[in-house]
Write a protein that binds this ligand. Structure first.
Ligand code: CIR
Length: 254
């Protein structure tokens, strides 16, 4: 199957997106420009990109990653941890149904896809404000069918596991110190985000071997570049201001 990517347009209501701290002014036009550049990079890497229309009733709908977790040929449609985001899932489920076997998370399980990544034969799942143990158990059943173990990782201080543990290349992650128990990541190679760039680093590894990174995190990007990885820095300041990282705006599969 050709590599595919699912994205969703940014609604005019984006300035009302959920934000954990403070009250940043979010600029929808600037965010759209950044989102366009992001989409073009994914297209240039060879993905067949589908873009769902924005949903004005859901200011966070561009963060499409949170609505689904893909394990092999199965798409687990999540029950997002923020009740106001639950209506985002239907359009995503409908779009993925022609490519993947769709299953649905059931109450009382909650999960945001931003809490999940698969690496070195395990599915790492953040236990966060958005993802609970019941959600992890439902994902574990699907992972088991695909011969994958699940490693739950309690997350402190940040929104999602992938706000603080960023897969970058093969079995390497970049971790924001103090946010997770790094003993749980002992199967992985851990680099640390530079202390002067706390919460600024994020990364999206692509099929062609390049890694899209947030251009704001110069020093941490240099650490990753030293692995011999080709980096493509991009400005995603408006997305970061809404607590999003580089993985959050796409679902990559196939
Ligand atoms: C939220 O709080 O749900 C959004 N403002 C940000 C979600 C970012 N999602 C992600 O990084 N996977």
């Amino acid at each position: 199957m050709r590599a595919r990517a699912l994205l969703r347009e940014i609604p005019q209501s984006f300035p009302k997106a959920l934000v954990r701290h403070g009250n940043p002014t979010l600029d929808v036009d600037r965010a759209r420009g950044q989102h366009d550049a992001y989409r073009r990079l994914i297209e240039a890497a060879g993905y067949q990109v589908s873009v769902l229309p924005a949903d004005e009733g859901h200011p966070d709908c561009l963060f499409v990653e949170d609505t689904v977790v893909i394990v092999g040929d199965t798409a687990l449609i999540t029950r997002p941890g923020a009740p106001t985001r639950r209506g985002e899932v239907e359009a995503v489920a409908a779009s993925l149904a022609s490519h993947l076997a769709v299953e649905r998370m059931k109450a009382p399980g909650t999960m945001d896809g931003g809490d999940v990544f698969t690496m070195a034969g395990s599915v790492y799942v953040g236990l966060s404000d958005r993802t609970n143990q019941a959600g992890v158990s439902q994902l574990a059943e699907i992972a088991q069918r695909h011969d994958l173990g699940v490693i739950p990782v309690p997350v402190a201080e940040v929104l999602h596991l992938k706000s603080a543990v960023h897969p970058v290349h093969e079995d390497t992650v970049v971790v924001t110190p103090g946010t997770v128990d790094e003993a749980l990541l002992s199967d992985l190679r851990v680099l640390h985000e530079d202390p002067d760039e706390r919460y600024q680093f994020s990364a999206l590894p692509l099929r062609n071997g390049t890694v899209v990174v947030d251009e704001a995190a110069h020093r941490t990007n240099a650490l990753v570049a030293a692995l011999g990885v080709g980096l493509v820095p991009i400005d995603v300041s408006e997305i970061r201001a809404a607590d999003g990282g580089l993985t959050c705006m796409s679902v990559l599969f196939g």
